[in-house]
Design a protein around this ligand. Structure first.
Ligand SMILES: *Cc1c(COP(=O)(O)O)cnc(C)c1O
Length: 382
């Protein structure tokens, strides 16, 4: 399977005809347990927290599409992140990106700090900051690229080299790019994390997370955490993500195409101050983005010249096609206010430090007709 090209992989990854019937689609194995012929004599499945055939097919698919050896599926993206941090011990240090998904920051600061794990936040777009933060206790480097919501890009290859030298794992949250646009394992990362809720699922109908890795012993450790802590997805949800993956490439191509059109429209709009999108040639990390990504996707943020909550609220409540909602990566376009929605769990001072202002608006550009999306924005922005 690994020798096939991208689109072929997305369609055929993990898809073996069901051995009991020949069903071309992996059935939803809605079962909690499996009958054994004699104690310990089974067909590789004992209890569904540990093994489920639908999940197994999905985990194989996840590995294939991220060019990894092993995939693990979790009940949400944050559950996948949670499993990675559980690799660590009290006293261990994590170098984490200063600008990242609010829920990741909340998990690190509000849950794991109290167990004695230290998180050092640095601007990872300048990899010298990562190098400077390394200590003898550094065990994990956590980056997100592009970041949510400011679309900052970190050089994965450079950070992988620093992590390797430090003897630390590098985990990359690849949710925004999706495996269609970027494969962090190929660039030296140890673990790739996804909120499968977003582009992998692609239809805003499932909550799920994923980890992909190459190293066998790392897989064993993470599988042990997965089955011991139990944050596993149900078989129906695994089926939905498996189905989503089959069209990831066609959806992403359209997200990219619409993204270019909308980003340029926003940039030329007289009422708009700044557009954050890594596809612009003058984006500070555009050169790195061009090297490590195959396209720039449909995620972008912008501020109005009138950067007030009131002005932002007017836009946010005026669009008709762009629905006001958290989340991203579905076929339909969404509009979001990070300061009060997805990133409300980050203190205001911390938000402002990284440039996440009160008026910032984030778009997840869907795969509708771009002309309709522009008309919708035109009516809302004026
Ligand atoms: C949504 C999201 C998460 C969290 O995933 P859930 O599936 O909501 O738990 C993590 N990282 C990024 C970049 C996200 O957008």
């Amino acid at each position: 399977m690994s020798t096939y090209r991208l689109s072929t992989k997305f369609i055929h990854a993990g898809a073996e005809p069901d051995p009991s019937t020949g069903a071309i689609m992996t059935p939803i194995y809605q079962t909690s347990t499996y009958v054994q012929k004699a104690p310990g004599v089974n067909q590789g499945f004992e209890y569904a927290r540990s093994q489920n055939p639908t999940r197994k097919a999905l985990e194989e698919a996840l590995a294939i599409i991220e060019n990894g050896r092993h995939g693990l599926a979790f009940s949400s993206g944050v559950a996948a992140t949670d499993a990675v941090i559980k690799l660590l011990n009290p006293g261990d240090e994590v170098i984490a990106a200063a600008d990242m998904y609010g829920g990741t920051y909340r998990l690190f600061t509000r849950i794991f700090e109290k167990y004695g794990i230290r998180f050092i936040y640095v601007d990872t777009t300048d990899t010298a900051n990562v190098e400077a933060a390394v200590t003898a206790n550094t065990k994990l480097v956590w980056i997100e690229t592009p970041t949510n919501p400011l679309m900052n890009i970190t050089d994965i290859k450079a950070v992988a080299a620093i992590s390797k030298k430090a003897g630390a794992w590098l985990c990359v949250d690849n949710t925004f790019a999706s495996p269609y646009l970027q494969n962090p394992l190929d660039l030296g990362a140890d673990i790739v994390m996804h909120s499968s809720t977003k582009y992998l699922g692609g239809h805003s109908d499932v909550i799920q997370g994923a980890l992909v890795m190459n190293d066998d012993s790392l897989r064993e450790k993470l599988y042990f955490i997965q089955k011991s802590c139990g944050a596993v997805p149900g078989p129906m949800d695994c089926f939905l993500v498996l189905r989503g993956i089959k069209t990831l490439h066609v959806r992403m191509r359209q997200h990219c195409e619409n993204g270019i059109v909308i980003a340029n429209y926003l940039r030329n709009h007289p009422a708009i101050d700044k557009v954050y999108w890594c596809g612009f040639e003058d984006h500070p990390n555009h050169e790195i983005a061009k090297i490590q990504m195959r396209g720039f996707g449909g995620m972008m943020s912008f501020t109005l010249k009138n950067d007030s909550v009131e002005a932002a609220h007017k836009v946010l409540s005026s669009t008709k096609l762009f629905s006001l909602a958290e989340s991203l990566g579905g076929v339909e376009s969404l509009i979001n206010h990070p300061a009060s929605m997805t990133h409300a769990s980050i203190p205001r001072e911390e938000r402002l430090k990284v440039g996440l202002t009160d008026g910032l608006i984030r778009l997840s550009v869907g795969i509708e007709d771009a002309e309709d999306l522009i008309e919708d924005l035109k009516l809302a922005i004026g």
